[in-house]
Write a protein that binds this ligand. Structure first.
Ligand code: ADP
Ligand code: ADP
Length: 233
């Protein structure tokens, strides 16, 4: 059951003398429900690949299919989480989680059922992510780890099939990272999303991934894929 199919993806930035070859002939299948980590040295193209999957980057050569449809922009089937949390500073934790333009509860013509559904989903995510005690706090009042919990909850709000995470714990201290690793595995098992997780940290990639995709240096191409059986941890 293939969730994402990447075929001969090639990607450049810029033009002329400033042209950078970022991805070269990347082919990768990701099955539904897989937790894939993407690891490689800085500059090898991990972010570019993830952003392209998320619809944030255009690509001229190759093909990306998600849920049987060609990826040509953002979609409700894919949500992204970045290293910088990108929360709205003037919204509370709960408001940040609920703030999703694709959900109907914002709109003038929203029914009370839409509003209730959004509130219920947000409440469940606040509980799942351990945010109950800060539900009405603002991002500036929170630690980095708690901010990233909010960003993950917001990404999950619209029940995406695929969660795309770009070095989400890169800015956190070692102890907080450990807590977040347990949390993201718990979330993954409960929400049953497909996860693509980018990191430059080999240890993190092996700890979290069911499959570790190793990218070779620039221009990024896949060097090897390591399958880690569940029993091996
Ligand atoms: P990684 O995430 O593995 O560190 P990136 O995907 O960020 O790698 O970068 C891959 C290559 O593309 C690097 O050479 C980088 O300098 C280049 N690159 C990334 N983003 C841009 C951009 N917006 N404009 C020009 N070059 C870029
Ligand atoms: P609660 O009643 O649970 O606190 P609300 O529904 O009142 O939650 O608040 C969440 C909503 O607030 C968001 O869906 C969003 O539409 C709205 N909102 C608040 N401030 C802003 C803002 N500055 N820009 C856009 N929307 C905002």
């Amino acid at each position: 059951d293939i969730k994402i199919g990447i075929r001969h993806l090639d990607k450049h930035y810029g033009a002329g003398a400033r042209r950078t070859h970022a991805l070269r002939d990347v082919c990768l299948d990701i099955a539904a429900g897989e937790f894939v980590t993407l690891v490689g040295a800085s500059g090898c193209g991990k972010s570019t690949l993830l952003r392209t999957l998320g619809g944030l980057e255009e690509y001229a050569e190759g093909d990306i299919v998600c849920n049987g449809a060609s990826v040509d922009g953002p979609g409700p089937d894919r949500a992204m989480v970045f290293q910088s949390y990108s929360l709205y500073p003037w919204l509370t934790v709960t408001q940040n989680i609920k703030f999703c333009r694709r959900l109907k509860h914002h709109r003038e013509d929203a029914t009370s059922a839409d509003v209730e559904m959004a509130a219920g989903r947000a409440e469940a995510l606040v509980a799942l992510m351990g945010l109950g005690h800060v539900a009405h706090a603002y991002p500036a009042e929170l630690s980095g780890g708690m901010r990233q919990r909010v960003a993950i909850a917001r990404a999950l709000m619209m029940r995406p099939d695929v969660l795309l995470m770009d070095e989400p714990f890169g800015a956190l201290d070692a102890q907080t990272r450990e807590v977040m690793h347990d949390l993201i595995r718990h979330v993954y098992l409960l929400e049953k999303t497909t996860v693509v997780f980018v990191t430059h940290d080999v240890e993190e990639a092996i700890y979290l991934g069911q499959r570790v995709v190793v990218m070779a240096p620039r221009p990024g191409r896949i060097d090897s894929i390591i399958d880690i059986p569940f029993g091996a941890r």
